[in-house]
Design a protein around this ligand. Structure first.
Ligand code: NAD
Length: 513
């Protein structure tokens, strides 16, 4: 394809130019834009046409960028936290100005529908607001000392320059969660985005860097390297990055987590999910069906929190399956940029192959395709939302995450059995219970309930708010990002004991005289 035919040159996508995207883009930023790694093409999943090209960063580019981000830290960390919050407030406002255009870019490059693309930008704006407030509230405890004339207190300090590695499916929001919190905490950062969504990270970095420039601060505070696994591997072993926040698959996350641990660094791991909705016989079944449509087919099954298992009470099983089949048959499929469309493509051609091979494996294993199961005849990577019944709850396919719109339906008789199935998978990200029974709700939230990081009632497994801590247990990695006290991971805690008296008493009454 000649560069004249790149989508960036099509007036239909004029928002790309407004975001500073050209037909060839430098993919490394550390106060200036550079790049001398391989040139890659960003492909639109809705039609497999080239949007634009990116000159990625190689390992040498990484080396320069990490040095720049590292030395920018001594400037950034001297700025008082509320003033860092003021910079984050300006970033939030700049994102507000670009929300529509950036949301469109997410839809064009990742393939999620427009309202979800804009939703990602909104999530970033929301976490900026949150971080601005946090910048005046970062606190530490003052605890009673057992020794006379002593004060025992906690003090929180920034970590330094941190690494952020992100997945393709949330090309803006996941960076946003890390970026806003880490900035007010006083960290600088180096971001390695997913190789198939480089334009989103370039557009975000252009927006963020204008704020640093306008405030005469080094842009390297938020550095970017668009690169591949080689750059990610470097980050995992780099002792200059005291924290690596990794979002992606469990397999890669395990490698990154081990490499970071090997050097006693800190990691935040946000890995794969295998999320279930349980629908009890007393549930509002219509509400459960509406929730499951978004949970299973939303983002064409490409959220870490997508529902992959529907655990249905035997008395309402048929009603839920019938309702979902009708809804899936009517779902409005098409170009994610069309505001009327609810269901877009898979991200890459290879995801379509994975989807098709999992469907055929399921059939071989004795599964029944209730609806879907095929690629959709149109340009782009479109596949049908799919329900598979008849596989046992513990079959290897049901137990693994397939990043596509395939949901396995299982029939249960008792809530204990359903909770057991919810918990028996290796992942522990999100879970939802549909019930109107208060006893069920508290059991679900309690020690013998869901073992996931996200435990919902009467809402889908996906679509979390920024105020809560986001993440999951077991093979989901145990990390928490976004709200609640997640900020603590971007700082180091010192326990400070200060003697303001004239004596030197030892703790536990120990005498050493
Ligand atoms: P992926 O693991 O293939 O890639 C994630 C990132 O890791 C990319 O930037 C990639 O370039 C980089 N990478 C690849 N090999 C590496 C290596 N050896 N060392 C360091 N970095 C390396 O994941 P993906 O396909 O982009 O995303 C989908 C997966 O992410 C799914 O499993 C999904 O559940 C998960 N995810 C989890 C969350 C969460 O919050 N728990 C959020 C979004 C996505």
């Amino acid at each position: 394809m000649s560069s004249a035919n790149f989508l960036v040159n099509d007036s239909k996508y004029d928002f790309l130019k407004r975001l500073g995207i050209q037909h060839k883009n430098l993919g490394v930023y550390d106060t200036e834009w550079r790049g001398k790694g391989p040139v890659i093409q960003s492909i639109c999943p809705a039609n497999n046409k080239v949007i634009a090209e990116v000159v990625t960063g190689d390992v040498q580019d990484y080396e320069t960028a990490v040095k720049a981000a590292h030395s920018a830290w001594s400037v950034w960390t001297d700025i008082p936290a509320p003033q860092r919050g003021e910079i984050v407030r300006q970033i939030g406002n700049a994102l507000r100005e670009h929300k529509t255009d950036l949301g469109r870019l997410v839809a064009l490059e990742m393939g999620k529908i427009l309202s979800e693309g804009e939703g990602e930008v909104q999530e970033y704006i929301d976490i900026c607001d949150y971080a601005v407030g946090l910048s005046r509230m970062i606190d530490g405890k003052v605890l009673p000392s057992e020794r006379p004339g002593h004060v025992l207190m906690e003090n929180w300090n920034p970590l330094g320059c941190i690494g952020i590695i992100t997945a393709f499916n949330f090309p803006v929001a996941v960076f946003g969660w890390n970026n806003a919190l880490a900035l007010v905490c006083g960290d600088t950062m180096l971001w390695k985005s997913a190789p198939t969504t480089p334009l989103c990270s370039i557009a975000v970095t252009k927006i963020v860097s204008t704020i640093f420039e306008a405030n005469s601060l080094p842009g390297a505070i938020c550095s970017l390297v668009c690169g591949g696994a080689d750059v990610g591997e470097k980050m995992a072993t780099d002792t200059r990055l005291p924290l690596v926040s990794f979002t992606g698959s469990t397999g890669v996350g395990q490698k990154v987590g081990l490499a970071v641990q090997n050097r006693f660094g800190k990691s935040i791991l946000e890995l794969g999910g295998n999320n279930a909705i349980i629908v009890c016989e007393d549930a509002d079944v219509d509400m459960a069906i509406r929730a499951a449509i978004f949970a299973c087919a939303g983002t064409a099954g490409q959220r870490c929190t997508t529902t992959r298992r529907l655990i249905l009470h035997e008395k309402i099983y048929d009603k839920v399956i019938d309702g979902l089949k009708k809804a899936f048959a009517q779902i409005r499929v098409g170009d994610p940029l069309d505001a009327n469309v609810l269901y877009g493509p898979l991200h890459t051609k290879s995801s379509v192959q994975t989807y098709l091979s999992v469907v055929s494996e399921a059939v071989k294993e004795g599964g029944r395709v209730e609806c879907g199961g095929k690629a959709i005849e149109r340009e782009g990577n479109f596949v049908e939302p799919t329900i598979i019944t008849g596989l046992p709850h513990d079959s290897p396919l049901v137990q693994r995450e397939t990043f596509a719109p395939i949901v396995y339906a299982l029939k249960f008789t008792s809530l204990d059995e359903a909770i057991g199935w919810n918990n028996e998978v290796k992942q522990g990200l999100s879970s939802s219970l549909f019930t109107t029974n208060l006893n069920n709700i508290f059991k679900w939230m309690g020690p013998k309930g869901s073992d996931c990081g996200i435990v919902n009632v009467n809402i889908p497994t996906n679509g979390a708010e920024i105020g809560g801590a986001f993440g999951g247990e077991k093979h989901t990695g145990g990390g928490r990002e976004s709200g609640s006290d997640s900020w603590k991971q971007y700082m180091r805690r010192s326990t400070c004991t200060i003697n303001y008296g004239k004596q030197l008493p030892l703790a536990q009454g120990i005498k050493f005289e």
